[in-house]
Design a protein around this ligand. Sequence first.
Ligand code: TRP
Length: 347
Amino acid sequence: MKKIILTGDRPTGKLHIGHYVGSLKGRVALQNSGAYEKVLIMIADAQALTDNADNPEKIRKSIFEVALDYLACGIDPNKSTIFIQSQIPELCELSFYYMNLVTVARLKRNPTVKSEIQMRGFEASIPVGFFTYPISQAADITAFKATTVPVGEDQIPMLEQTKEIVRKFNSTYGETLVEPEILLPNNKACLRLPGTDGKAKMSKSLNNCIYLSDSSDTIKQKVMEMFTDPTHLKVSDPGHVENNPVFIYLDAFCKDEHFSLYLPEYSNLDELKSHYTKGGLGDIKVKNFLNSVLQEELNPIYQRRKELEKDLDSIYEILKCGSKNAREIAAATLSDVKKAMKINYFD
Ligand code: TRP
């Protein structure tokens, strides 16, 4: 079977290095692997509006930020289709029919929705659109007959929901939709990068993110101010590498080659960790190393982004053209769906 990738992000701000190691970097590798017939990357503005209905301007601005981040990281519009969710009305139609295949109780059980309801203080007044977004996400995925959805682990419940909808649809109306597989990053540290303050998640509101659009000075400053091990007060104290964001970032970014370049006294991360754990290794030294490792990978992205920012018209064209192409694919699936449901009265 032909393999098709569909993935995406909510445009609620600029993307950070958690997005980068958790998905963008992997997408670029998948795009360049040649193993996929199509790679579709969706800017999920309609989904972003489900919990930002009062702030469309933020979403509108963020569409460009996210597109710049994609292109700066190496998403190539000649190999991947980048498109905007709201420009594909077929996705709404699909969602409407899928809604008949999902119960309220099932949506209430979705762990991602549950935790988001809590985080946003929606308990007393959940917007219906927000509550049903897992159905709309199933439409996003199935509209493109995606076989493979590379996302972070917080999206596991969304993929489960999608698979259930696909099975229910196919068993009710006949084999029409494709059941997708999730593709998680294989490096554990990349699954969820903590904030620079050590909190579990990077989040704009916590002000604990390193952005792909940060200059090298900003990155250096953020690294030097990072939370480490609060019990590691003196250099000679034994330190902890678990829950220590500096080491988690190294787990996500560092390769053995970085040691010969930037810290030749050690040959790999295990040696550095064991010295830190024993005591006698200061945080500043580890942070300086992390800074070098990050700069090597992020500075080219920053430079490319600066270049791309000079020509927003061509970003606009990429999005417009991508949305047109994506719409054609979604329209073909919607037509299959309507035929299967026998609501194609005038064919
Ligand atoms: N829910 C995803 C997120 O919050 C964004 C998204 C919307 C998505 N539709 C999708 C991801 C379809 C993968 C496939 O990051």
